[in-house]
Design a protein around this ligand. Structure first.
Ligand SMILES: NC(=O)c1ccc[n+]([C@@H]2O[C@H](COP(=O)([O-])OP(=O)(O)OC[C@H]3O[C@@H](n4cnc5c(N)ncnc54)[C@H](O)[C@@H]3O)[C@@H](O)[C@H]2O)c1
Length: 464
């Protein structure tokens, strides 16, 4: 399996590697350039882009709210190891005092820690804030920080409902500050390659899209152990997870979603289980449960979660069959976009393998992608991309195999945020409108399932 930070499930090896800075990789040297996009289809751009980092004269005062797995790896250990010349960590904040102090020790940081965000703003005086808390709490921090004059980088999803979405859009407008949404998937080489082929016009005008995302019985199940299992925290996987996929689609198509219809159900996890307990530790069904997971075997995760439970009672190894699971594990969504492209999308969270199938149907051909992330067989290549022209032949599109978090997307996103290398316009940092449109697709899908009707994006947030 490719070494990769899954959502909230970084390997300890990955953490230590990132924390030590030994993966000071090629992040500053993005390898995809599109001087002539059409040519790039025939021959991928493998030559490194001559990076022209625009380093600020002085380090920016940088703070993080939310010191769980993402806040303690990508946005702190990795960011500081790679871009410590651009940022100075001035404060760490989390509602869990033990966790924030542990992360400070892990980082070897000298900055103060906070459980009170107002105190962080007042005493640490950050200029730039990374928001890496539980999804439903992002918007409160984003709005407060923008109003206090900070630039903000938020983890996806930007928001979990339409009210939060309107609040964030308004705050960005009135504050004049910049909000960046951490859509690392856009920065993965394979996803850039797809964008290049579409930009080349090789399949003509895109007419429709087939997109099926598979989460397996390891990664998919892990969402049902954690806070993600509750809509009130994650907005459901249609928001928490699909925001990545919907953002990719908006970006690939250079279009905005207009209307959404969806079906969804909880068919494997939650109340469907044959037995249940509060959490895996101490579970009387451990010997027969295929989802049993002993968190104490991973020292890094045990420190970060188990040893901090006394502060907030949060159990990272919750039972996937708990009755309170109120998100879907099986989802089908139909979306129509502003350029009249239609997409048929599905997300399934209990599959025997992980990855996706994607196809763009065009007026002059079809572009097909099969991404293999984890499976009980050895695929020829991790990512297969095929271009078939109408009345023509099928050809394989080369795609660079990349290591690093989320297909190399994490490193390139960090470089773009902190070092600002010169990249083509289509790789510009995603902003508030991108964050809104991707979340709203999922929010509309959730509403469509609940209310059994077609939902227009315009009715959620007008005028986007
Ligand atoms: N872009 C990606 O690929 C990617 C991957 C993983 C996670 N994420 C996102 O990163 C964020 C964090 O996820 P994670 O996996 O690190 O979760 P986590 O559970 O490990 O960490 C969340 C942290 O937020 C803290 N917290 C909860 N409520 C808070 C509040 N109101 N104020 C301050 N702190 C609060 C918790 O104590 C915890 O330390 C989520 O929004 C998630 O969607 C993105």
């Amino acid at each position: 399996m490719r070494e990769q930070q899954r959502d909230g499930a970084v390997t300890r090896r990955g953490f230590l590697k990132a924390a030590s800075g030994s993966v000071l990789a090629s992040a500053l040297v993005p390898a995809v350039v599109a001087p002539a996009v059409a040519a790039a289809v025939a021959s991928p751009a493998t030559a490194p882009l001559p990076a022209t980092p625009r380093r600020p004269a002085a380090k920016r005062r940088y703070a993080i709210v939310g010191t769980g797995i993402r806040g303690s790896t990508m946005w702190s250990a990795s960011a500081l190891a790679r871009h410590g010349d651009a940022i100075e960590l001035v404060g760490l904040c989390d509602v869990n005092r033990k966790r924030v102090e542990l992360v400070k020790r892990r980082l070897g940081a000298s900055c103060p820690t906070f459980t009170d965000f107002e105190a962080l703003l007042k005493e640490a005086r950050p200029e730039l804030l990374a928001v890496t808390t539980v999804d439903a709490t992002h918007s409160g921090y984003i709005v407060r920080a923008l109003d206090a004059g900070l630039d903000v980088i938020t983890e996806k999803p930007m928001v979990t409902d339409e009210t939060q979405c309107r609040a964030v859009l308004e705050a960005e407008k009135r504050s004049g500050r910049r909000l960046t949404v951490g859509f690392n998937y856009r920065f993965a080489k394979k996803h850039q390659r797809i964008k290049e082929v579409l930009l080349s016009g090789a399949i003509g005008k895109v007419t429709s899209v087939d997109f099926n995302w598979y989460l397996d019985i390891h990664h998919g199940a892990d969402y049902f152990r954690r806070w993600h299992r509750l809509r009130g925290s994650s907005g459901s996987l249609l928001v928490h997870k699909s925001t990545h996929h919907f953002d990719l689609m908006n970006w690939w198509l250079a279009a905005a979603p207009v209307e959404v219809f969806a079906h969804g159900g909880l068919k494997v996890y939650g109340r469907n289980g044959p037995f249940r307990h509060a959490q895996c530790r101490g579970c009387p069904h451990a010997a027969k449960c295929p989802f049993f997971w002993d968190i104490t075997k991973d020292r890094g995760l045990a420190e970060l979660y188990v040893e901090c439970e006394s502060e907030d009672g949060y159990k990272r190894d919750g039972c996937v069959f708990r009755e309170d699971v109120d998100i879907f594990d099986t989802m089908n969504v139909s979306v129509r976009y502003s350029n009249d492209v239609t997409m048929s999308y599905s997300l399934n969270a209990a599959m025997p393998f992980e990855g996706y199938r994607l196809a763009f149907n065009g007026s002059e051909g079809r572009l097909e992608i099969r991404d293999h992330d984890r499976q009980p067989w050895t695929p020829d290549r991790p990512t297969e991309i095929w271009l078939t022209r109408n009345f023509g032949k099928r050809e394989a599109i080369d795609v660079e195999a990349v290591s690093g978090g989320h297909g190399g997307g994490d490193e390139l996103l960090l470089a773009q945020v902190f070092a600002k290398p010169e990249l083509p316009e289509w790789l510009a940092l995603p902003g508030v409108r991108d964050g809104a449109l991707s979340c709203l697709t999922g929010i509309a899908a959730r509403k469509s399932i609940d209310e059994r009707r077609l939902v227009r994006i315009e009715e959620l947030v007008p005028g986007l």
